[in-house]
Ligand binder design. Structure first.
Ligand SMILES: Nc1ncnc2c1ncn2[C@@H]1O[C@H](COP(=O)(O)OP(=O)(O)O)[C@@H](O)[C@H]1O
Ligand SMILES: [Mg+2]
Length: 308
């Protein structure tokens, strides 16, 4: 048996709108699994997603999704993936059931199978009670679930979610996270974009940070956090207010030395030790990192090993 192709294999990807480069020599190789692409607004996430899902041709470089070229193998690839956008693609005038059945038919399923799959998806996404509700009157969270349910009717190998929880309340976000975890548990690969660090942290096995058209760091969330340092020590006064924050290597001698020094300066203070958050990583990479250079004369970040 031959090894399955990587989920994504992208080398030197370039894309400009007019003369303006948006993706600028992007490299990314990902195995099957749950992956998050993290980046600030305007980083190029949606552009990349559109290229991967055959909606937008790229200008240069090579792109393979599930081993297929989105330009040459468009039809085959479309049959293997599902794309759910930030803006729900369901028809507001139709009920949940009607939407799902219609999309099943669009995927070429015979009517009876479209009906069966529609019912399955309603059940799975806890939308059964809303089956006869017109999509226009659903809450934002339910509408997003319907959108994802529709994308899954075709049983895709890869589900691409472009900022699936942007604009949702905490509860709806949690429900969607559960669904995304459920997909992964069934062996479906997921590529999601997000601006939320906690979302990447909660869901993804690997996180890649996209900034100004390039991948500036990647790895497991643990590996990314390690870029910032092993541990952050907070020195607190009696009321719990932070007097000082110290980045440490996280090794016991370093921690002991820093604490001793702090104890000398703040004899009555207390201290707490934290692992860095993805927020720390993100700030570290996108502000202090090379792309913060106003001239754009970026050099390779020495602290950001990109795993390929
Ligand atoms: N169709 C388009 N025409 C011109 N510029 C675009 C177009 N789509 C996106 N852009 C620009 O490309 C950059 C990246 O956009 P996008 O891929 O949507 O980023 P993200 O999804 O990370 O917010 C932004 O500066 C955006 O304004
Ligand atoms: Mg976007």
């Amino acid at each position: 048996m031959t090894a399955p192709p990587p989920l994504l294999e992208i080398r030197g990807l370039r894309k400009s709108y007019g003369t303006r480069p948006v993706l600028d020599g992007l490299d990314l190789v990902l195995p099957p699994g749950i992956h998050a692409l993290l980046g600030p607004n305007g980083a190029g996430k949606t552009t990349l997603i559109k290229i991967l899902s055959t909606l937008l041709p790229h200008d240069g470089g090579t792109v393979r999704v599930l081993g297929l070229d989105p330009r040459r193998d468009r039809r085959r690839l479309q049959g293997l993936l599902s794309l759910t956008g930030q803006f729900a693609a369901v028809d507001g005038a139709l009920t949940c059931t009607e939407n799902l059945e219609m999309i099943g038919r669009l995927f070429g399923l015979p009517g009876s199978l479209a009906r069966t799959r529609a019912a399955e998806q309603l059940e799975r996404f806890e939308l059964t009670r809303a089956r006869s509700t017109r999509a226009a009157t659903l809450s934002g969270g339910m509408r997003r679930k319907l959108d994802i349910a529709a994308g899954l009717l075709s049983r895709p190998r890869l589900v691409i979610l472009d900022e699936p929880t942007t604009g949702l309340d905490t509860r709806s976000r949690q429900v969607l996270w559960e669904e995304i975890r459920g997909l992964a548990a069934e062996g479906t690969s997921v590529l999601l974009t997000t601006q939320y660090l906690e979302e990447a942290d909660a869901l993804a096995e690997q996180v890649h940070v996209l900034d100004r058209g390039r991948i500036v760091a990647g790895g497991t969330t643990q590996e990314l956090k390690a870029l910032v340092g092993g541990a952050v020590v907070r020195i607190l006064d009696q009321d719990g207010a932070v007097l000082e924050e110290l980045a440490t290597t996280g090794t016991a001698p370093d921690l002991a030395a820093r604490l001793a020094e702090a104890a000398h300066r703040f004899p009555t203070a207390t201290a707490s030790i934290h692992r860095p958050t993805l927020d720390d990583v993100f700030l570290h990479l996108t502000e202090a990192g090379p792309s913060a250079d106003p001239d754009g004369a970026a050099t390779a970040p020495s602290v950001a090993p990109v795993r390929v």
